[in-house]
Design a protein around this ligand. Structure first.
Ligand SMILES: Cc1cc2nc3c(=O)[nH]c(=O)nc-3n(C[C@H](O)[C@H](O)[C@H](O)COP(=O)(O)O)c2cc1C
Ligand code: SF4
Length: 410
């Protein structure tokens, strides 16, 4: 059978030159919440490296949804800088996508400038912070913010928006019984818990009109007992399909409770603590040293780790599906496409080497990335701009050792 990997794909109103997408992986390169030269250089290099479409990670639709100082926050004043970036991506023959979301309870007063808001009031240990449950009129305004963000993405030259409905961010906080304890029409039954997502997607589709592609990233499970499980997540995916979006990205995990269910492997705790600002995050640094592994348990990594679960969604859905999770080789790509998925997202192999796609195209079917899933890039990304350890000189010995240990266990 002829490989589909390097054949074009029609994603709603846009055509991708091949089946590969750079997955949204937070760059922490938007210093003061605006695009930087680092962001420009990284995504331009991925586009030059042969990707079908590259996704700028996790832009907040308003200020209360920002969880990092180095994260994009959509507003008019940054559109010319974003346009320069999308022009450069297009000049390399790739399409440009941007992930839109709201972090909900996963922020802090110092970062978002207000008391963090979520589906319900409570305490989020992750930040740590008290959280205020959103009022209904605030929910309605937030839905509108998603629409306005889509308009801004069009002005900035994006071909596609990816709505983040997974990983325990705001939409996912509404869907999950772990974080949604509301007693109104946005809480209780699964149908009610999906209401916010439904309203957001209706608004997004209206603003995307017929010239922008819309993709939704959703969970196949939250990754812990009191969270969402696979059968209910299939119901959520069907609801997303009903909204008329052009494709779904199937992921899993909940950053404030089961973060490594998203990416697998071990969180590099020494790296994480080393880079953390001791003045701002003294409590987290202390907690990581004492109970870090308990707070962030390791989830074993294996190549294409979501494939078996993703196939269960494939069997239930008709729209195009985008596979993500542990793709490291040409052989993995072929397996995923042969399993009925239309597109493939990749994050770490493109952090490791932005030219992965072109190299895969030129090499034989045995071509494999050199990324060995030490997850150094993840530990670093919480504080500094995203980089693979291969691009960092003079790493402290303890970090070097941590990387070597993680690579040896795979
Ligand atoms: C450094 C880093 C940052 C990430 N940030 C995001 C993010 O902002 N939004 C998101 O949906 N997923 C994020 N992810 C998850 C990836 O998009 C992807 O789902 C996951 O890494 C599995 O793909 P991979 O095995 O190809 O790396 C991040 C992953 C990494 C490694
Ligand atoms: S730091 Fe490790 S996990 Fe991240 S891209 Fe590099 S090799 Fe892969």
């Amino acid at each position: 059978m002829e490989s589909k990997l390097f054949t074009p794909f029609q994603l709603g109103p846009i055509t991708l030159r091949n089946r590969t997408i750079r997955s949204a992986a937070f760059e922490n390169m938007c210093y003061n919440n605006r695009p930087s030269e680092d962001l420009y250089n990284y995504h331009t290099s991925v586009a030059k490296g042969g990707i079908g479409m590259t996704t700028i990670a996790y832009a907040a639709v308003n200020k209360s949804g920002v969880s990092f100082d180095g994260q994009l926050w959509m507003r008019e004043e940054i559109l010319p800088e974003l346009k320069r970036l999308t022009d450069a991506i297009h000049a390399q023959g790739a399409k440009a996508s941007i992930q839109l979301g709201h972090c909900g309870n996963m922020t802090h007063f110092y970062t978002c400038g207000c008391m963090p808001v979520g589906a319900s009031s409570g305490f989020n240990l992750y930040s740590p912070t008290l959280v205020r449950g959103l009022k209904v009129e605030e929910i309605k305004n937030l839905v509108k913010d998603f629409g306005k963000a889509v308009d801004m993405c069009r002005t900035a030259g994006f071909d596609c928006v990816e709505i983040h409905a997974g990983h325990g961010y705001l939409i996912s906080q509404f869907i999950s019984p772990y974080t949604n304890h509301r007693r109104d029409e946005y809480g209780g039954s699964l149908d009610n818990r999906m209401r916010f997502m439904r309203e957001v997607l209706a608004e997004v589709m209206e603003h995307a009109k017929d010239d922008m592609a819309v993709v939704v990233k959703t969970n196949m499970y939250d990754g812990f007992k009191s969270g969402m499980q696979l059968p209910d997540c299939i119901t959520v995916a069907k609801e997303i399909e009903k909204a008329g979006v052009h494709a779904i990205v199937l992921s899993a995990g909940f950053v404030s409770k089961a973060p490594m269910a998203v990416m697998r492997g071990a969180m590099p705790l020494k790296t994480l603590a080393h880079y953390m600002n001791p003045w701002k995050f003294w409590w987290l640094k202390a907690a990581l040293g004492l109970v870090g592994r308990m707070m962030i348990p390791t989830v074993p990594f294996q190549e294409t780790y979501f494939l078996e679960d993703a196939k269960k969604f494939r069997a239930e859905l008709k729209l195009p599906l985008i596979y993500v999770g542990g793709v490291v080789s040409r052989a993995n790509c072929e397996t995923v496409l042969d399993s009925g998925f239309e597109l493939i997202q990749m994050a770490r192999v493109l952090v490791h080497d932005p030219e992965f796609v072109n190299k895969m195209k030129e090499a034989d079917e045995n071509y494999r990335s050199g990324c060995k899933h030490s997850n150094y890039c993840i530990g670093r990304m919480y504080t500094l701009e995203m980089r693979c350890h291969h691009c960092v000189n003079n790493l402290p010995k303890k970090i070097q050792k941590e990387i070597e240990k993680a690579e040896a266990t795979l």
